[in-house]
Design a protein around this ligand. Sequence first.
Ligand SMILES: *Cc1c(COP(=O)(O)O)cnc(C)c1O
Length: 394
Amino acid sequence: MIASKSAEFVNQVVGAIREVVGPGPVALHEPSFDGNEWLYLKECLDSNYVSSVGKFVEQFELLLASYTGAKYAISVVNGTAALQIALKLAGVNSGEEVLLPALTFVATANAVSYLGAIPHFVESEESTLGIDVVKLREYLSGNTEEQSGLCTNKSTKRVIRALVPMHTFGHPSDLEQLLSIARDFNLVLVEDAAESLGSFYQGQHTGTFGLLGTLSFNGNKTITTGGGGAILTNDEALARRAKHLTTTAKIAHKWEFDHDEIGYNYRMPNINAALGCAQMEKLPGKISSKRELFKRYEKEFKLISGASIFEEPSNCQSNYWLQTLLLEDDNLDLRDYVLEASNKEGIMTRPAWKLMSNLSPYRNSPAMSLEGANSLYRRAINLPSSPVLSLGAR
Ligand SMILES: *Cc1c(COP(=O)(O)O)cnc(C)c1O
């Protein structure tokens, strides 16, 4: 049985969400196709250029590069594949470790595993929802040593090759400190920016700070290509290798099939890129709507004590991909009641991901202490976040 005071809190929270989203069933994040999607798709079908060759792929890559400020963008089949290839290009070898937050979507850890490498889970903190840079620095100082210019885990004796921050629900991590940690401990920085297209840290787009960064265009992300992803980099040689590796490592030739290494069939089909081009045209509007939606949630939740809506970190401009309610410690046991009550009403809300260190494939992976990540996991609830909701009751 839930105490009446708690029941009242749950009712208040669900009421506040309802006030923002209006009546009827509401999804967590819906795509919208209100631009040139049909036009560009028709062009693909009419021309027969639906698959791996066609003008939309190059166009989409140019649009991504120009919007993010990355010198190069290479589009691929999905965000997980983008991260796998980015990590490979960053020099991650089988048997090495890669640092990444325990509080992330499973794709971040899986991409590491696909290379035969081992994810090493890192603590998160509340001001960014990303890696706790203070605790990480302290942890690396105590638990690693430099050997021939490489960071080595003192207890497993394995090389720790890379550091992969993830910009949680679209909010930029503390990139300045992360870059400094990467420099001091000889780690390659690769950003999982799957959730943060349209999010800027000190005016620079997320995913462009590391040697490489990756995006996702899955159906629930800020823009979608059905399924899709991209690798961002400023390094021309890496960009060329990314394209080569993701297009079966085929050497260009009029008819001969010659491949100079084991490549991957990871390129984005033209039909998906066509969607991407149309979606990119609408990106600025989607983001201002999502930022507007944050303000509407903020106004409602100011009236409720015991929970608050997460605001972008200072010096950052966030895309507010998924709006996030954080329960205060007193109410953390009420998370599942809020999830239950809202979903029962047709309002789709979701908890944050179970920590990677608690998933059966990763239970034995190395990890630092994760109190902060665990607290966030227990207190966070994602709220309906589609751009269309910024317009108020429909
Ligand atoms: C969406 C997402 C990805 C990539 O997902 P795909 O479905 O493979 O495009 C990777 N990391 C995070 C944190 C994500 O949210």
